[in-house]
Ligand binder design. Sequence first.
Ligand SMILES: Nc1nc2c(ncn2[C@@H]2O[C@H](COP(=O)(O)OP(=O)(O)OP(=O)(O)O)[C@@H](O)[C@H]2O)c(=O)[nH]1
Ligand SMILES: C[S@@+](CC[C@H](N)C(=O)[O-])C[C@H]1O[C@@H](n2cnc3c(N)ncnc32)[C@H](O)[C@@H]1O
Ligand code: SF4
Ligand code: SF4
Length: 294
Amino acid sequence: MKDRFGRDIKSLRISVNCECNLRCFYCHKEGHKSSERYLTPEDFEKIVKTAMKFGIEKVKISGGEPLLREDIVEIVRRIKNLGIKDLSLTTNGTLLKDLAYELKEAGLDRINISLFSLNKERFGKFIGGNLDDVIEGIRIATKLFYPVKINYVVTTVNIDEFNEMLKFCKEVKAILQVIELIPTTEPLKKFYYSINTLEEKIKERANKVFVRKFQNRKKYFLDGLEVEFVKPMDNTEFCANCSRIRVTHDGHLKPCLLRDDNLIDIYNALKKNEDLEKYFLECIYRREPYFRKK
Ligand SMILES: Nc1nc2c(ncn2[C@@H]2O[C@H](COP(=O)(O)OP(=O)(O)OP(=O)(O)O)[C@@H](O)[C@H]2O)c(=O)[nH]1
Ligand SMILES: C[S@@+](CC[C@H](N)C(=O)[O-])C[C@H]1O[C@@H](n2cnc3c(N)ncnc32)[C@H](O)[C@@H]1O
Ligand code: SF4
Ligand code: SF4
């Protein structure tokens, strides 16, 4: 299935909650406000079942912090049992050491773990929580899942850790995902740091480059290390190759991360066990590339 701009619909990103046990100063909260309403594992199952009819093959679970949901293992199991080929989850890693085995057993294919800093003090100051828990979670995850990606959102605060991040990822055998900051508020703009210079450095050292169809992301292969660049800002090629629709924890279909004015409320439809196809069609119709050539 394609949208009005000829973009394939291949992936569904599910935000299962809005709570978090950390307080990253840059958090975009997946572009959605918190609300008291929550979908159940059965609701997510119904949504994914419908999504599959439209050709969706990949599901990403996110949040808030998804591992705070007590039923997260059940959510994973229900989605995987529908036959989704690529089921992944993005987490801050703090609770991973206690949940990694169960998630694996429930059918999770791969995992992305956010890591802002390798410096304990800096981590505490800008992110909150205990860095040691995250590192332990990463080490366990790399033994169970492939690939594990480390999400490094680059800002003026942590740009000096780029080389250490490369070294760490090589050591634990994870992919480093270098992410451009999306400054969603005015005060965040002063923390913005362009990642183009980092990409140039990696390009010079790379043996091979691969361009992912998804959001036109470039992946570089170095000796014993893969580095992927995520450059969402003012990037018309990124949005032109966006194949994702989103579901919020409170039951909305969301056509774009950066817009909150075109959501489709499916909560009542779910509770009444209505067919969801027409809501998906409307969501696909409402999709527009956020950054596009004028
Ligand atoms: N602009 C924009 N940014 C996104 C979108 N999806 C994810 N991102 C950003 O991409 C970064 C990485 O997100 P992840 O949750 O790790 O997953 P992913 O990279 O999207 O997916 P995989 O690489 O397939 O695991 C985060 O900083 C997200 O904010 C999107 O649809 N639009
Ligand atoms: C909103 S978090 C939710 C999942 C989980 N709590 C975590 O932090 O991994 C999803 C991803 O978005 C990234 N992210 C959050 N705010 C961002 C921003 N302003 N710009 C770019 N990426 C951001 C996080 O680093 C994380 O990798
Ligand atoms: S851990 Fe994730 S959800 Fe929590 S504040 Fe950080 S980026 Fe946001
Ligand atoms: S169109 Fe929206 S959701 Fe898709 S990549 Fe662009 S900003 Fe992200």
